[in-house]
Design a protein around this ligand. Sequence first.
Ligand code: NAD
Length: 229
Amino acid sequence: MKKVVVLTGAGISAESGIKTFRDSGGLWEEVDINEVATPEGWKKNPARVLEFYNQRRKQVLNAKPNTAHLALVALEKAFDVHVITQNIDNLHERAGSKKVLHLHGEVTKSRSTADPGLVYDISGWKLDIGDICTKGSQLRPHIVWFGEQVPQMELASEITSRADLFIVVGTSLNVHPAAGLVHYASDKSRKFLVDPNPVGVDQVKNLEIINEKAGVGLPALVRKLLSEI
Ligand code: NAD
């Protein structure tokens, strides 16, 4: 089976009602990144950070996977599909994708501030000051903040380097090191970018740009790839 690696960003979940960060009307127009998505913001005001992610979690729990998430599940009929997502939502898993790697963490999980190996599912939508791990330390959202290491990056680049097809969906390719993954795909692999506002990826060879929303462009691409088998 040919291996398809799909790098997804906030755009794939936009049609499920979850806001992107950088688009106009996106979340970063409403909140200051430094206050809610950095270790410094956490140190300064952990309650503010917990509240920000509580709201994100509530939104995710109320959202449903859309036709783009479902199209990637359909692709598994004929391809070995690996989803590498920058998203912190769980819509790929809820759609039914089997192999999902989260580069930037998962909003539905918490992590110990004393031991990063202690990760828990959050039941419901709230994580509060006073919620502690089994070692007695405060829990934080299981999110990779700006300025922190991306622990899954090595695995993601290794998976990407073995892709026969590489699909990028709904990302401004602004957040590093995730954006650099594009360059790990072999020059020989077929590549597709699905985004209604595609970013410049000038030096990428064999790239076809599909200038559509994910909910339209991705199901069409999946139908095309399945018809070629
Ligand atoms: P971004 O906000 O920087 O860029 C969004 C991209 O999606 C843009 O290129 C935009 O043109 C495109 N887009 C908008 N609507 C689309 C649609 N309907 N179909 C396809 N594409 C569409 O997002 P990013 O590049 O993923 O980086 C932002 C960071 O913020 C990521 O690290 C991600 O973890 C995080 N984030 C996650 C979520 C989520 O989990 N759903 C939501 C917002 C932000």
